[in-house]
Design a protein around this ligand. Sequence first.
Ligand SMILES: [Zn+2]
Length: 242
Amino acid sequence: MASTVCGWCGDRTHMTMVTDLYQLPEGLWPTKGYSATPDRDLPVWMAAFRCPNENCQRLSIGWAPLHRAKMGPTKDLFLREQLNWEPTQIRRPAFPDVPKEIADTASEAHACLSIGAARGAVALARAVVEATAKAKGITMHGIAPKIAAMREQDIISPLTEQTSHQIRKDGNSIAHGDIGEELMSLDDAAAILEFMDALLDEVFQRPAKLTRLSERGTQQAPGGSADGATPVQGGADFSTPH
Ligand SMILES: [Zn+2]
């Protein structure tokens, strides 16, 4: 698939193939089992792709081994493969108001996604959900009851409860080894990480931000507005999209 995170600009994009396919010389194909001889059934194909982001438009190389037994035009088969990409950019976003171990794990989930490691990303997102519950003092066994308890204690909204269960389900199948033929797609993994980010925002980041804003409001109140309850002045920005 030509969908990836562009290694130059960091955007999630659908790359446009701009060259013909190039077949790597046979001596450089993956080897068979433990032998040193290249697997003649696994030719490696490569092509250059352009990033569609207007401010980027740089070229990346997408490549994949393509089994000879697959039927159909090589280009179609190639574009359907989970391609490897060069360059890759490893994203490690920070989660400043989230407890360190959880923030580090969430950041690593994003790093996995940015190199196309979809299953690693989702497995870590599941760990983030469970660790978030633990950080809130919810320690019963199993992740599903933990999510339910977060909802019961009003730590998360009904919608976040739903999305947390989605992370749990996808993460479970990976964590418990139920890895079927169907690979976790990068788009699915990206959606799961969006759910994870929304959970962290709801449980840790937004409350921390609102606390800071209200503290600033209290400090500004004397000599300011009559009741000090609505800190409209002072650049408080409630409209930042998340
Ligand atoms: Zn780009």
